[in-house]
Design a protein around this ligand. Structure first.
Ligand SMILES: [Zn+2]
Length: 282
């Protein structure tokens, strides 16, 4: 088995998810790690949190690739006095590099929302909901059509079954008997695309982190798509397997073998709903 350097893995990741595609407010790329260190095992996860670091260290990963950045704003200290500093210390002590592919992975072709669309049953050609100005093949969100129209209630159940389980199930807004065929999706927080999904003629829009006022006003307007609000982590998790597969095959084409694993540790912020709690156990 020919191992490779971190620099070679980063170069392949950047070829798939060009850092220049990231939003100006974003922080993507290498967070820690020595470009000369060798990489044999790569763990993919959504969040760079303690439970994921545990998993990376237990497995003996050389590189942790996460979708969400560890540090998004300017920082002057990585002291282990904060949870973020402890993440940095534990990764460096364990010889694990950390790489972030965030909004550059969102707009890639294929990107985060392609994987989400496939996970919830879209098999058609997909196009970006909001195409990038410099290349319309890339962009935020995706829109496609189902193999056959079905009532919203059936689609919602099917979509939920394609997503990994989290504490709370997806929430639905709209007439459950409404027939849906054209489906828009956006991995992560997609409420900025509500208007775009309406204008694109979607029958239903699945995303995460929908808030009361935008959702309520959207539903009152009546003409737009039904809404499905899923857990943020669950909408981005399907991308991990796609990224892992693309990275390993790109490296394999150059004769390099790395072992990739997708973390199935649920790191969604919400860990329970009160319907799961037994009042007799209080
Ligand atoms: Zn996200």
């Amino acid at each position: 088995m020919i191992s490779c350097t971190l620099a070679e893995v980063v170069a392949e990741m950047e070829a798939m998810y060009d850092p220049s595609w990231a939003e100006s407010w974003d922080a993507v790329g290498l967070v820690c790690g020595d470009p000369d260190q060798s990489v044999r095992k790569v763990l993919f996860a959504v969040d760079p949190v303690a439970a994921v670091v545990d998993e990376a260290l237990d497995w003996g990963a050389d590189l942790l690739v996460t979708h969400h950045p560890l540090y998004l704003r300017g920082t002057t200290s990585v002291a282990a006095t904060t949870f973020k500093g402890r993440v940095v210390h534990r990764l460096i002590r364990g010889g694990v590099a950390l790489l972030t592919a965030h909004t550059n992975a969102d707009v890639a072709d294929p990107g985060v929302s392609d994987a989400l669309a496939r996970a919830i049953g879209l098999t058609s050609e997909l196009r970006p909901l909001q195409p990038s100005a410099d290349d319309p093949r890339r962009g935020l969100g995706r829109i496609g059509v189902l193999p056959a129209p079905m009532p919203l209630r059936e689609f919602a159940v099917r979509a939920a079954s394609g997503l990994p389980r989290t504490a709370g199930p997806p929430r639905v807004a709209g007439d459950l008997n409404r027939m849906v065929e054209t489906v828009a999706v956006c991995g992560g927080s997609g409420d900025s695309l509500l208007g775009v999904a309406s204008a694109a003629g979607a029958d239903v829009f699945l995303t995460a982190d929908l808030r009361h006022h935008p959702a309520s006003e959207h539903m009152e307007a009546a003409a737009g798509p039904a809404l499905i609000d899923a857990a943020h982590w669950a909408t981005e998790w399907p991308w991990l397997a796609d990224a892992a597969r693309r990275l390993t095959s790109a490296l394999a084409a150059g004769g390099i073998t790395v072992e990739a694993r997708v973390s199935d540790t649920v790191t969604d912020a919400w860990t329970a709903t009160t319907t799961d709690l037994d009042p007799r156990a209080l």
